[in-house]
Design a protein around this ligand. Structure first.
Ligand code: G6P
Ligand code: MG
Length: 220
């Protein structure tokens, strides 16, 4: 098994901004009288801004101008939340794993659909631990298309088969599989069950745990 790099999703993997995305959408939905629950939000994990709003609106048709304004309003709420982010908001295990991978000579990249990923990375103080960053500006086709992860792999100069995608979203795992990447899912099986290996979170997870789980899966 040749694994040379890990490509991490951001929201819900390295930091809990998935919660902020939810709260920002929830505020917009409440203001607009749109039904939207935490359960609905599970399907929005990893889904780009425009696609997320489409899912929230369901059958409701909104003129493009109003659609844009709603996306901007949600983003304004989200920006308010992330203003408060500090390195303390890294999820348990995230920084330790990035440091360990670097020390072991493995590469790490970010593969996040968020246009705010750069700001979040800087606030978390982990940009220097990443060898490449692919974000919401990098590609046209968003997850579950594999393009974003392929963009990250290209920046690393590696084929997909030598990179492991670490994701908390069903759309992200689908994207990884579609691109020919190895995959690690974080969270409940109902959400990330298609991943090759599953962990509840990165807390206490070392590089050898990830590699061991992937190897065990390959032998199956
Ligand atoms: C990530 C998050 C999604 C979010 C998307 C776009 O994939 O998991 O919840 O909708 O990024 O984020 P943005 O910050 O560009 O609105
Ligand atoms: Mg995510």
């Amino acid at each position: 098994m040749t694994i040379k790099a890990f490509i991490f999703d951001l929201d819900g993997v390295l930091t809990d901004t998935a919660e902020y995305h939810y709260r920002a959408w929830k505020r917009l939905a409440d203001e607009e009288g749109l039904p939207f629950t935490r359960e609905d939000n599970e399907h929005l994990r990893g889904v780009a801004r425009r696609d997320s709003l489409r899912l929230i609106l369901k059958d409701r048709v909104v003129p493009e101008g109003k659609f844009q304004a709603m996306m901007e309003r949600k983003n304004g709420y989200y920006l308010e939340f992330i203003k408060e982010i500090t390195p303390r908001d890294l999820l348990p295990g995230a920084k330790e794993l990035l440091e360990e991978l670097r020390a072991a000579g493995l590469k790490s990249a970010l593969g996040s659909a968020s246009k705010n990923a750069g700001e979040v990375l800087d606030r978390l103080g982990i940009r220097s631990l990443l060898d490449a960053v692919s974000d919401g500006y990098s590609v046209e086709r968003q997850k579950p298309a594999p393009d974003l992860f392929l963009h990250a792999a290209q920046q690393l100069g590696l084929p997909a088969s030598e990179c492991v995608v670490v994701e908390d979203a069903a759309a992200g795992i689908e994207a990884a599989i579609a691109g020919g990447f190895r995959s690690v899912g974080l969270g409940p099986r109902e959400r990330v069950g298609k991943a090759e290996a599953i962990f509840p979170s990165l807390a206490g997870v070392r590089g050898r745990d990830l590699l061991g789980a992937l190897e065990a899966n390959q032998e199956k």
